[in-house]
Design a protein around this ligand. Structure first.
Ligand code: ZN
Length: 265
């Protein structure tokens, strides 16, 4: 069977183990059902920008063409740097109405263990999705805020203490930090200035995540369909936005976002 379409973020569903779906053109592939099967992937040499939906030979960043990266609210300042949010001041970055909808809603600050404990910010309604997308083994809410800006301020305070990036190799090898997240949450409160302590949540939700993988990875090699447009192998694991193959190679699906890829399975 085959399917062809623009690579979109994998859809992780919070179950044990986590169930992973991939929308490819008109098909939705349930990837857990493809584990153990031979799969071939073929990059067709063109992309679709996720903002303007036009075809390109290349994209700029974050799944966007260059124009959209600098103009679309999908790639605005507050996306990667929540502390740059300005909708609460009624100030527009690119599209005030869209920014208000996105930024002026409950957010959380969390600690997640996906190799090293990291701090992050996301909208409350999508916290499980965010944690699974990062391949976290564990995560805990440490603060609840009314908007994205407040969460961003807390994250900035804690970036001195924790990384804000996931170490993808440690995550895939399941080399975890292991420190107790409740203890870390209590410690992190002490690093917050008085005006931000009110958002701290001593009883924040904590989750564990189990990914569908049947072996532990040792030496990781990464597959890039952009530089070598074909790959064939047996799918043996799914974690975060990564596809893991039985030859020890891994494919960061998110980094292929927008690329037109043909699946044979
Ligand atoms: Zn575009």
């Amino acid at each position: 069977m085959y399917a062809e379409g623009q690579a979109k973020k994998l859809i992780n569903v919070y179950k044990s183990p986590i169930q992973v779906y991939n929308e490819v053109g008109e098909h939705i592939l349930h990837l857990n059902n493809l584990l153990g099967r031979n799969i071939s992937l073929n990059f067709k040499g063109v992309y679709i920008c996720k903002s303007c939906n036009k075809f390109y030979d290349d994209l700029f960043r974050m799944g966007c063409c260059k124009k959209c990266f600098f103009e679309s609210p999908l790639a605005g300042d507050s996306i990667l740097r929540p502390e740059m949010s300005k909708a609460h001041l009624n100030i527009e970055d690119r599209d005030l109405e869209q920014e208000k909808r996105f930024q002026l809603q409950p957010h959380i600050v969390y600690l997640a263990d996906a190799g090293k404990i990291k701090v992050g910010v996301t909208r409350s309604e999508q916290m499980h999705t965010r944690w699974m997308d990062q391949g976290a083994a564990r995560a805990r809410v440490i603060a609840n805020t009314e908007n994205r800006y407040q969460a961003g301020l807390i994250e900035v305070e804690l970036k001195n203490r924790y990384s804000d990036k996931t170490n993808w190799k440690m995550m895939l090898k399941d080399e975890l930090d292991g420190r107790d997240l409740e203890d870390e949450a209590m410690k992190s409160k002490e690093f917050l200035p008085q005006k931000l302590k009110m958002f701290f949540d001593p009883k924040g939700e904590e989750c564990n995540f189990y990914y569908d993988m049947n072996s532990k990875l040792k030496n990781i090699k990464s597959i890039n369909l952009i530089s070598g447009p074909e790959y064939e192998g047996v799918l043996c694991g799914l974690r975060g936005q990564y596809l893991i193959f039985s030859d020890g190679q891994v494919l960061n699906w998110r980094s292929h976002e927008g690329a037109i890829i043909r699946w044979e399975y």
